[in-house]
Design a protein around this ligand. Structure first.
Ligand code: E4P
Length: 216
């Protein structure tokens, strides 16, 4: 299991990358729009910090345009993964791009059937949106677990990314359900690291050390 960070904010990426815990970055047009920066400039800044997969999404629903956008994005860096919508057009583009050697991430997956199609089309990654599945009254964890089982028994090489994380507990739940990658919003990283009992214990040790005469 690997952790990615789900943001295009450079300060957030820099801070968490220093911990040595993130292997890649995911973005989407909404995440990028929030930053209000030039896309290519920010992509280059991110890749200076994290030299791993960086998902950047196409901004069209037309398959031919998706392929053109994807080729432009992929030419920027070997680390670019082109995010495509889960749709007939997105599947068509994923299939063409696989044959061109361009890595893809089929996104906004809500069902096992959609995950199965993404893998069958040859997507490098399939992004299952945990909380957005729950928003519809379904169990996101079931979708993750069943997709992971299906990919394993079908020998699909497509990796499952779990996104749309809104609760801390979803991170370990998704990992244990078989996600290959969890893409985590920035705010959860400090929360993952923190425990009050850890803080108290470390402080207790530091307090005990104060005033000792044993320092060399
Ligand atoms: C993942 O790749 C997406 O960027 C992200 O997790 C979407 O989740 P949300 O819009 O439900 O927060």
């Amino acid at each position: 299991m690997e952790l990615f960070i789900d943001t295009a904010n450079i300060d957030e990426i820099r801070e968490i990358a220093r911990w040595g815990v993130i292997r890649g970055v995911t973005t989407n047009p909404k995440i990028f729009a929030k930053e209000g920066v030039d896309l290519r400039t920010r992509v280059e800044e991110i890749l200076e910090i994290v030299s791993g997969p960086l998902s950047v999404e196409v901004t069209t629903n037309d398959p031919a345009e998706m392929i053109i956008e994807a080729q432009k994005l992929a030419a920027w860096s070997k680390h670019i993964v082109v995010k495509l919508p889960m749709s007939p057009a997105g599947l068509e583009a994923a299939s063409v791009l696989k044959n061109k050697g361009i890595k893809t991430n089929v996104t906004a997956i809500m069902t096992v059937n959609q995950a199965m199609l993404a893998a069958s089309a040859g997507a490098t990654y399939a992004s299952i949106f945990y909380s957005r599945i729950s928003d519809l009254g379904h169990d996101g964890l079931d979708v993750i677990r069943q997709s992971a089982q299906l990919f394993k028994q079908s020998n699909f090489t497509t990796k499952i990314i779990v996104g749309s994380i809104r609760l801390l507990t979803q991170i370990n739940d998704a990992a244990l359900a078989g996600a290959d990658i969890i893409t985590v919003p920035y705010k959860f990283f400090p929360a993952l690291a923190y425990h009050p009992q850890t803080e108290l214990t470390i402080q207790e040790f530091l307090n005990a050390w104060q005033g000792t005469k044993t320092l060399a």
